[in-house]
Design a protein around this ligand. Structure first.
Ligand SMILES: NC(=O)c1ccc[n+]([C@@H]2O[C@H](COP(=O)([O-])OP(=O)(O)OC[C@H]3O[C@@H](n4cnc5c(N)ncnc54)[C@H](OP(=O)(O)O)[C@@H]3O)[C@@H](O)[C@H]2O)c1
Length: 324
């Protein structure tokens, strides 16, 4: 079964359906990983203002671009408006800072990172109160922020705009104004989000799966803090069995599952062998029975890892997207 390697976007642009995640890597490790990713054939790179690594990603990308506009055009670079920037009057300022740190003339995709917001505290992307709760900005107007992103697109310095971490209801609300070029959400074998996938597909919004391998670093950190257990996706018996049957790595099975569901995915790795593995997905096909076996692993809301509980108090925000 052959599946397209790109999502076609407005204006004939193409978003590669396997991108490179960059969260939680130190600057020098990330620069080397991005070099390995470019070498392996990745052209879609995902970062965020909140990851505080835009400058490192920009250095590695610019070494590869080497001043050649034709090479820049081959890349699809994504970053995100942080929760502290979710006010219409702040969008341009945060966007400019990202573009400056990435050291690029334009971005391919700019996402609203979350529908909820923190107070804007210059120099502090994760502002907290004395009691450890987040400084939450409860007055967010989602549609006004979305309008500010759309306005940004008119400037020509970003080709496409989209949203991340929104619910199906929020997606419908922003799409009623203008269809987002992309929806980026947590999505993997234990949290398959069939209703949200269907909603995005109905609206013809390409869906990008983040944490497609289960975000082990985040899961381990949360487990240490909360005592909750997070199963290792790569060790799930069904995933291991299917991987063995195809002589593939478990990660490849998880990523191929996302691709065959019609999604894109942005796995992160800093290991050159695994970086190659995660983009070598085009020459095997999961059978219908294997797809059903993987579908049965879904735990719904209980399978979510990135529930933002690490931002204490954020669940009280009126646009908090996940209902318990
Ligand atoms: N929009 C949002 O709010 C949001 C939230 C979270 C993440 N994201 C984006 O999504 C990207 C991916 O998600 P993530 O970083 O949370 O987690 P992930 O990609 O699901 O998992 C990364 C982990 O898997 C390991 N790994 C990678 N490839 C592997 C392979 N082939 N075999 C075995 N282990 C492998 C990595 O270790 P090694 O590095 O050692 O290989 C790392 O520990 C992020 O980097 C970020 O760009 C977006």
């Amino acid at each position: 079964m052959s599946i397209p390697e790109y999502f076609e976007l407005e204006g004939g642009d193409r978003m590669p359906r396997i991108g490179f995640g960059t969260w939680q890597a130190s600057d020098d490790v990330l620069e080397k990983a991005v070099e390995a990713a470019l070498e392996a054939g990745y052209r879609h790179f995902d970062t965020a203002r909140a990851y505080e690594n835009e400058a490192a990603l920009g250095r590695a990308l610019n070494r590869w671009i080497a001043g050649d506009p034709a090479r820049r055009k081959q890349l699809f670079v994504v970053t995100k408006l942080p929760p502290g920037g979710n006010r219409p009057e702040l969008v341009q300022e945060y966007f400019d800072a990202s573009l400056r740190d990435l050291n690029l003339d334009y971005l391919d995709l700019y996402l609203m990172h979350t529908p909820f917001a923190f107070e804007h505290v210059p120099g502090d992307l994760h502002p907290k109160n004395a009691d450890g709760t987040m400084k939450v900005d409860h007055s967010t107007n989602l549609l006004e922020v979305w309008k500010a992103l759309l306005k940004l697109k008119e400037s020509g310095r970003v080709r496409h705009v989209g949203v991340s971490n929104v619910s199906a209801e929020q997606l419908a609300r922003v799409a009623a104004l203008a269809r987002p070029a992309c929806l980026q959400v947590e999505l993997h074998a234990l949290c398959q989000q069939p209703a949200l996938v269907a909603a995005a597909q109905r609206l013809a919004v390409p869906l990008v799966a983040y944490s497609p391998l289960g975000s082990k670093a985040l899961a381990d950190a949360l487990a240490a803090k909360t005592g909750r257990e997070y199963p290792d996706l790569l060790q799930l018996p069904a995933v291991q069995r299917i991987a063995q049957a195809h002589a593939r790595a478990p990660a490849q099975v998880l990523l191929r599952h996302a691709l065959q569901r019609g999604l894109a995915a942005i796995p992160k790795s800093t290991n050159p062998t695994r970086i190659k593995q995660n983009i070598s997905l085009w020459d095997f096909t999961l059978s219908e029975a294997e797809m059903s076996e993987l579908a049965a692993l879904d735990r719904g809301e209980a399978g979510r890892i990135c529930d933002f509980a690490f931002f204490p108090g954020i669940e009280k925000h009126p646009e908090f997207p996940f209902k318990k």
